[in-house]
Ligand binder design. Structure first.
Ligand code: SAM
Length: 280
């Protein structure tokens, strides 16, 4: 069943929306390592701030036409955005003539995406769906699925990662592709180094984003906004080769990895890895 977000009929969703007024990590924030926690992290005030963090104009400059070009090159037209967030890629793709469905597990994110879409002259078709049970709510088959903006990092168990990838795989047509990205955690884990140039994604100049705690099972980032409000995200530090291995094991035949939107990343130290995984 496809749900347009305005039809906000689910009582449980509404309750959650009202209850989560502040992020809550309890007494031991670095012990919070749960896949389900993402809904409690993207509370409404943080979602509102998110577009300050993800400065759409700067982001457009950083990404250029990378995703549009890769999709067009492969003749992919019908796209499932599985991590819609506040709608940046869904809106950009719709503006460029793609057919898009916008999914996300967070009702707050989808509400913001719908509003952003409307302001940009696009009516998003939104689907609230957790990746682990994606095909319960997504019944169509797509040319491509995109999972961008360092989203996959929210899954904390290998089982959840395998399950989500299997769901993405099966939402695709026989020759579909998955485009999935993540921060270069290898650099952070190996050197405890955080030298992001803030060029891609986290492009808002006024927002300070930095890791507060890093170990093999957790990268906890702190985001400070100009009004001094502070939010956190607890994420799983995905290594490049590990993600490539999972993509292979779930059945993708060919995986091309780009560093900061270029294939020749091997000698550089990119901020982000982008994998394009092809089913056939
Ligand atoms: N793609 C957007 C962007 O680039 O701006 C949003 C990125 S945001 C970092 C991650 C998004 O993934 C959030 O909107 C969150 O709700 C969603 N998400 C995280 N875990 C999820 C899950 N298990 N199922 C569905 N959505 C999930």
């Amino acid at each position: 069943m496809t749900r347009i977000f305005c039809n906000y009929g689910d009582r449980n969703q509404k309750n959650e929306y009202i209850l989560n007024k502040s992020q809550s990590y309890g007494d031991a924030p670095t012990k919070v390592r749960k896949t389900d926690h993402y809904k409690k992290e993207y509370i409404q005030s943080f979602v509102e701030k998110w577009d300050e963090l993800i400065d759409w104009e700067a982001r457009q400059k950083g990404e250029g036409k990378f995703f549009l070009t890769e999709l067009k090159k492969r003749n992919k037209h019908k796209i499932l955005d599985v991590a819609t967030g506040t709608g940046y890629h869904s809106v950009a793709l719709m503006k460029n003539g793609f057919e898009v469905r916008s999914a996300d597990g967070s009702p707050e994110m989808l509400a913001k995406a719908f509003e952003n879409g409307k302001n940009a002259g696009q009516i998003l078709t939104t689907i609230q769906a957790d990746w682990r049970w994606l095909n319960r709510d997504v019944h169509s088959r797509f040319d491509a699925a995109i999972c961008l903006g360092n989203s996959f990092t929210h899954l904390f168990s290998e089982n959840d990662r395998r399950k989500a990838l299997a769901e993405f795989y099966s939402a695709l047509k026989h020759d579909g592709i998955l485009i999935i990205d993540h921060r270069n955690y290898d650099a952070i884990l190996d050197n405890q180094d955080f030298t992001t140039k803030h060029t891609y994604y986290y492009a808002g100049d006024n927002v300070k984003a930095a890791p507060e705690h890093v170990d093999n099972g957790l990268a906890r980032f702190r985001y400070e906004f100009p009004d001094e409000s502070v939010y956190h995200l607890n994420m799983f530090p995905l290594r490049e080769q590990y993600v490539r291995k999972l993509l292979k094991e779930v059945g993708f035949q060919k995986i091309t990895t780009y560093g900061d939107f270029q294939e020749t990343h091997k000698t550089d130290k990119p901020d982000f890895f982008i994998h394009i995984a092809e089913k056939s």
